[in-house]
Design a binder for this molecule. Structure first.
Ligand code: FES
Ligand code: FES
Length: 229
């Protein structure tokens, strides 16, 4: 029965050991290399498995640390709408999932979950950020504002009121993100013209195409927001 002789290289990337077959041949062959298919059929999986502990042994601290960190449950304190929230999360949790799944603040919407639609926009330190691209861990010690934090004492925020007045929504799914970006548009000084507003708001997509009304809402709210600043 032929046995398999193989050479491997091993690298650790993001806590995962990646094996690469450099060369493999059966003991009965003198010169030719085994094909990938032949090698796998001969039990390469078992050979690779037996080599994995060796790779970890080469740098046990590094391998263990990287694997542990990727799965770690960590305690975080998120300051959202002026209130501290303590929760335990997987270290890979996004701010969007932390808000929705851990703090039950579901006003912030998940659209694409890939940073392309703007539905998840919240304010961090007064500036719009995409919660789906922000790790919750990195949002600690930031003042996070979500759509739930805009109205005060039962009175709509001027931007919320303007969206209602200008009929700046249809299905409403994009609206929380639109409103948070709209607030940022005004407070960061990017609402001086229709073109400037459209440019600033271009990262917030609306499938219902309420764009003209959204621009109108921002123009309506701008004087009040500047007065309140
Ligand atoms: Fe974050 Fe789409 S859900 S950008
Ligand atoms: Fe429907 Fe914007 S109001 S997606």
């Amino acid at each position: 029965m032929n046995s398999v002789v193989a050479q491997f290289s091993a690298v650790v990337i993001d806590g995962t050991i990646h094996m690469r077959v450099l060369h493999a041949r059966s003991s009965g062959e003198s010169t030719s290399s085994l094909s990938r298919r032949e090698f796998l059929a001969a039990g390469a999986g078992g050979a690779m498995a037996s080599l994995m502990p060796n790779a970890a042994e080469a740098d046990p601290v590094s391998a263990a640390t990287q694997q542990t960190d990727a799965r770690a449950v960590v305690d975080v304190v998120l300051t959202v709408n002026g209130r501290d929230h303590r929760t335990a999360i997987d270290s890979r949790t996004t701010l969007l999932d932390a808000l929705r799944e851990h703090l039950q603040l579901t006003g912030t919407k998940k659209g694409c979950d890939h940073g392309q639609c703007g539905a998840c926009t919240v304010l961090s330190g007064g500036k719009p950020v995409l919660a789906c691209l922000t790790l919750a861990l990195t949002a600690q010690r930031q003042q996070i504002t979500t759509i739930e934090g805009l109205a005060k004492a039962g009175v709509l925020h001027p931007m919320q009121q303007a969206f209602v007045d200008q009929d700046a929504l249809q299905c409403g799914y994009c609206t929380p993100g639109q409103i948070m970006s709209a607030v940022g548009c005004v407070t960061t000084g990017h609402a001086n013209s229709d073109a400037a507003i459209r440019e600033y708001m271009s990262g917030n997509l609306c499938r219902c195409a309420a764009y003209p009304n959204i621009v109108a809402a921002i123009k309506q709210a701008q004087p009040q927001l500047r007065k309140d600043a």
